[in-house]
Structures are given as structure tokens and as C-alpha cells.
Design a binder for this molecule. Structure first.
Ligand SMILES: [Fe+2]
Length: 314
């Protein structure tokens, strides 16, 4: 076994001489030796029982990397849908969104390569109460059991948000996540999207290459160089490798629920005709090198959290 001093010297040399290789090595150490085995054992000992709707989503996630369902099919809770859609409507009508739209339109010519085209309820480092409807949805066992069964371990809830995508003029070039990319947060991850407006191509529907996440037939296309940066293939190259007929569109009515491994190739949010309003949750493995994008405001409800939900937040 190498002495700690030698190990330190070797790792810092590697980090200096080849940062990308070091990031990958660190990640693999983290994933396979330190962090993920424990959370895999937790899932094995929990062995969640899954209903037909959940099993169908998991099957599609494994086969294609993307699965479609609906709030009704998975949760069938009118009262809760009422609370969520009311909260989404309040956000869409808020001063915050109005100011975001105004700002975007005023500065359209100068708009840079960022994500000014989307107004977010929870920017990075936001505080979110445990009792919030968005938090509670993300911790619901119906959702967590699906995500964890696909990732084959107990996952971490890394991101929660509600997005208002602003319609853009169709002569505006695509930028940021409107372009094809692989998310950088983990080798395998799940994003859940819940629609609060009808989403079609004119409302920036997600586009996805099935079979492009880790383990799929297209995993070799534009792989990540490291575990830190997103990968953006040249915009018009995808079609040369994967025929359009294989692309999946995320179009769907309000109430649509999408589970997607966004480590696979995807793009979305280029709204040319109408706005897109959706909520999103991101789950990663404990080995992800990224930190949670929100802070939890813990309350006394904490004692009612299931072990799997508590794990997701800690
Ligand atoms: Fe993405």
C-alpha cells in the first residue's frame, strides 16, 4: 500500500499534468470504492415494491434512457395536483417572471450564451422548506423508488426548480441547453420533469437520443472528456450519426411526467411560439462531484421523513 505522502505526490502530479484524467480517476475511486457501494446495499436491503406504472417507467429508462408517464398515472391525487398547479400558476403570474420576460426582451440583442431565456424559481443556493410542495414531490416514495431502481442505489436529490421558458424569436440562435449536450453531474443520473403547460415543438419540447446514456448503443457518441464539464457536440452533427426518426420528442399535455437520464444526448427549451412551464428535479448518485444546488430549511416534519427520503437530502 502506497504511503500517504507518496499518494499525495502522485495525485497532485496527475492533477497538474492531466486534469481531465485526474477528474475521471477521482470520480471512479469515489464511485466504485468509497461512495456508491454503501448506497447500493441500502437499495438491496429496502427492496421497494413497485406498481405497474413504476415498473413501466423503469423498463423504459433502462431500454431507452427516457420514460413518459403522467401525474395521474403515477400519483392519482387530485388535491395534490391542485396544490402543485396552483403554485405553478402563481409563479407564472409573478412579478419575478414578468421582470424576467421584460429583461430578456429588452436585452435580446445583447443576450449572451447563458440561460436568460428561462426564469427560475430557485436559482443556485436557494433555501427550500422541507414542507414545500416541490420538495415533498421530489421526496415522494413513488418518485424516489423509480429513480433509485434505475440508478440501482439510493440517490441524492440535487436540484429542484420551477421553470418559465420565455418564447424567443425564431431567428435567435440556440444557446446553452437549447443545444445538444450531455449533463455533467454524473455518469448516470435522472431528471424528472412535470409539465404545467401543454408542451409541443413550439413550446421548446425536450428532444432526446434514446440509447445515448451510459450503457446504451449510442453511449460512444461525443462522450464526456471528464466528469466536470457538459459536452456540446456540434449542432448539426447529431443527425449524421442518429437518424431523426430515432429521436424522441418530449411533447405532452400539462400533467405529463418525464423521467430522463440526461447523461444521454438531449436539448430543449427553445420556445418559438409559446411559453413552457415545468417543474424539474435532478437525482444523482452519492459519488457525484457536484454539490446540491439548494439548501434545505429543516422543520419539525423532519422526523416524518423515511430513511430513503432523508438519505436523498443529506
Ligand atoms: Fe441538460
Amino acid at each position: 500500500m502506497a504511503k500517504p505522502k507518496t499518494l499525495k505526490r502522485v495525485t497532485s502530479l496527475l492533477a497538474k499534468s492531466n486534469p481531465a484524467l485526474w477528474e475521471n480517476t477521482k470520480y471512479l475511486l469515489y464511485r466504485d470504492l468509497l461512495r456508491n457501494p454503501a448506497s447500493r446495499r441500502k437499495l438491496e436491503s429496502q427492496n421497494p415494491s413497485l406498481d405497474d406504472a413504476q415498473q413501466d417507467i423503469i423498463k423504459n429508462l433502462f431500454e431507452r434512457g427516457i420514460a413518459f408517464s403522467s401525474f395521474d398515472a403515477l400519483l392519482a391525487d387530485d388535491e395534490r395536483w391542485g396544490q402543485l398547479s396552483e403554485a405553478a400558476a402563481m409563479f407564472a403570474a409573478s412579478e419575478e417572471v414578468r421582470a424576467g420576460i421584460n429583461d430578456y426582451q429588452m436585452n435580446f440583442q445583447e443576450a449572451g450564451p447563458g440561460k436568460e431565456f428561462v426564469v427560475k424559481k430557485y436559482p443556485k443556493h436557494s433555501h427550500i422548506e422541507l414542507a414545500s410542495v416541490w420538495m415533498q414531490f421530489g421526496l415522494d416514495s413513488k418518485i424516489l423508488d423509480v429513480v433509485n431502481s434505475y440508478l440501482e442505489l439510493w440517490s441524492k436529490l440535487m436540484h429542484i426548480d420551477l421553470w418559465y421558458n420565455i418564447p424567443v424569436r425564431s431567428d435567435r440562435p440556440t444557446v446553452a441547453s437549447q443545444c445538444w449536450h450531455r449533463d455533467p453531474e454524473d455518469e448516470k443520473l435522472v431528471k424528472v420533469f412535470l409539465y404545467f403547460s401543454d408542451v409541443d415543438e413550439g413550446a421548446g419540447a425536450l428532444q432526446y437520443i434514446p440509447g445515448s446514456p451510459a450503457g446504451g448503443r449510442y453511449q460512444h457518441l461525443w462522450p464526456r472528456a471528464n466528469m466536470v464539464d457538459a459536452v456540446y457536440p456540434p449542432e448539426h452533427e447529431i443527425e449524421k450519426k442518429v437518424p431523426r426518426s430515432e429521436w424522441v420528442s418530449g411533447a405532452g399535455k400539462a400533467g405529463t411526467l418525464v423521467f430522463c437520464d440526461t447523461g444521454g444526448l438531449h436539448r430543449g427549451g427553445y420556445c418559438t411560439q409559446r411559453e413552457r412551464i415545468l417543474a424539474t428535479w435532478m437525482y444523482v448518485t452519492p459519488a457525484s462531484l457536484f454539490s446540491r444546488r439548494f439548501h434545505v430549511d429543516w422543520t419539525e416534519d423532519e422526523s416524518r421523513l423515511s430513511p430513503v427520503a432523508r438519505f436523498a437530502l443529506t
